[in-house]
Design a binder for this molecule. Sequence first.
Ligand code: BES
Ligand code: ZN
Length: 864
Amino acid sequence: MPEKKPFQRLPNDVSPVNYDLRLIPNIEKFTFEGEEDISVQVKNATSKVLMNSVEIAVQSVQYTGEGQDITEGVDVTYQEEDETITLNFPQELKVGSGTLKIKFTGELNDKMKGFYRSKYFGPSGDERYGAVTQFEATDARRSFPCWDEPAVKATFDVTLTVPSNRVALSNMPVKSESVEGELKTLSYERTPVMSTYLLAYCVGEYDYVEAKDADGVLVRVYTPVGKQEQGQFALEVAVKTLPFYKEYFQIAYPLPKMDLIAIADFAAGAMENWGLVTYRETALLVDPVNSSSASKQWVALVVGHELAHQWFGNLVTMEWWTHLWLNEGFASWIEYLCVDFCFPEYDIWTQFNSQDLNKALELDAMKSSHPIEVPVGHPAEVDEIFDAISYSKGASVIRMLHDYVGDKDFRKGMNLYLNKFKHQNAFTEDLWAALEQSSGKPINKIMSGFTNQMGFPVLKVSQVQQGSNRVLTITQEKFCADGGSGDASSSTWMVPISVSTSSNPDIVAHRALMDQTTITLTLENVKEGEWVKLNAGNVGFYRVQYSSEMLDALLPAIKEQSIPPRDRLGLQSDLFALARAGVASTVDVLKVVEAFQNETNYTVWSDLSSNLASLKVILQYTDYYDEYKRFARNLFSKVMQILGWDKKEGEGHLDGLLRSVVIGQLGSCGCEETKKEAKKRLSAHIDGSSILPADLRAPVFSTVLQDADEDLFNQVLELFRKTDLQEEKVRILRTMGCVTSESLITRVLDFSLTDEVRSQDTVFVILGCAGGKQGREMVWQFVQDKWDILYKRYQGGFLLSRLVKASTCNFITEEKAAEVEAFFKANPAPAAERSLQQALENITLNKQWLDRDNKGIREFLTSR
Ligand code: BES
Ligand code: ZN
């Protein structure tokens, strides 16, 4: 392999102060023309100006400075690999201020990045296009030549010329408008000083709903034409959220308006462009009848996340992408705080434990993990760090920190930090320093352990009773997914720990900062027989391994649900991880699982289900898989009896979610009764006699599709074609792959690449087929067969990484791992390299787990 040349940031001899940017998109030809007058500051005289630019043709360059007018003879060279251009001037630009005038053209591409086209449908189903931007992380350079680095901030005057019957938006409100024939030209107010990746503009046909927040900020939610009512929910969330953050940060939202807009073709979930946040339709629109509780909750979280960035990210921006985790980890934490404020009935913090904390713990225990902070340079490396370590581990360690510091000092520190660096850039350490100042606690020492080294500790706990005191001995070591203990220079952490006991399960009885490998902790007045739990509420980023005596004392508390849901959830999650690592026996864990039969909490069930799902994957390859399914059916039968199929009087948000999980589990474990009922209800839904409530649709579709023949599949496909609600389409797309006949799996796979499926959804259709043994093989073959198409389509973005990982990680043999490795050796996907490593490691872990516990699990399951 040729050696990679080291990445270099742009020189700062010349830097932008203001971009006067004028763009004319042509939505028929899929091109755009642009002109920019950049006010620059020349710090060092130079005849070469290096800027970022990709797939843009520069037509002309001129420069006017103090006593200097260069109107011709500027030679432009393109460094494609580096995504830069060099403007070579015939003479040096003199120190001082000046204006750089560049004319250029580009393509409205179909890659969902830069300035791109997005397809939607007119009233008679005719294809139409809009134009929209997605610049993070490094694609502003696809729309105009610029200094495309987060620390090079400037102001922007945007002007768009578009067909007069179209809606055109940018970060700021319109300043002036003029119409000329079929075209109109809109100029927008000047933006605050900001990074290029946050700039945005879009052109299309939209309706909107609007409201003012408590501070008079105009909030609008833009929806597809005729669907304004689907914007109402997000509008309500946004109107509550902006004042919530203002109060939290003690800083007003700095722009006069906030637009939220649903974009038909959109790669990520949403993007926090300042004042013009873009969303996938499914992350913004809520249909009063056809949206599920899960979707509503997702919309609330995404809105909460993106609006938090308006302060944390937009007002204060990371200095370089290495600190991206700070942006994303923080927003991924505070989105929960905000949703908890708006919707306390969602019990969202318990869901955090399942969705973020446990996901992060699982990934971060692997050898393929990485520290939260990684040095990055070239754009391909930047793309790669938008991963669960940045998001979910980042959010989890911030949550631990918030709990340790306390809300009051935490807020004080946030306010210090935001005020000190507003309109500027910051490093991770700057936030720690502010929090240290507000709290007087050793924040940097604690946090650098969790951000600069990968992994986290497992705390091994044992106890002795001394009179009325309980004395705990706690030892930490790195937790490794394969049960090893890391390398010789094994890491240690400073861990904020907390303890609860049976005398008052809901409060933290003791806190300590564990700053050594082993500590002893004396808990006063804890009687013989009382249980003691470490990591109260599972707020800490670590796992706990109890002595068997301590664990046994906790089991009755699980059975009786006298220990809070977050602790029940945490206990089984730790146990599964320990079993998978070979540190605990899987049979013992399954015995604990049986203690959950009386469980009533949605999130506990949901987390338990996903842990069982990873066990299920390996048991699919055994001859006692049916016994496993019977075990699972028994496990879920009691809660199903209590819940029933129909919503009861007085039920809330979480009951709808729970019903969906339980029916889905029973259906996939072959419960005949569930299958029969699901079939009946689906026919009634299809013939229109009784419409399925939205929360039941996904589990019913997946249950029925398992046994579907061509005819039934066609009926479901018809539902897909009939609806114009993206959420419904995606729901069907994601469950389609539950079919089990070879011919139908082939059909679904082929369907995933047709025009009927948007690029952004294809990956989920393919992966939906990988739940069963046969489907998994077929998906892997399909990915290999279609690799060229898929690679070209996703250009190594995160959708491709997701595909690489999920299509391969559930195999269980070394041969398969070798096959996967060989394929990607021949067909390298640099941005998906880490995902590939995670998948390969997962295969090894699966194999070791089954080899180790096969016999015991077989005996246990066949004896039930
Ligand atoms: N800044 C990101 C959007 C983004 C992601 C840009 C990847 C470029 C590459 C945005 O704030 C974000 O994090 N979006 C999430 C949703 C969020 C609720 C976790 C997403 O798109 O998945
Ligand atoms: Zn984000």
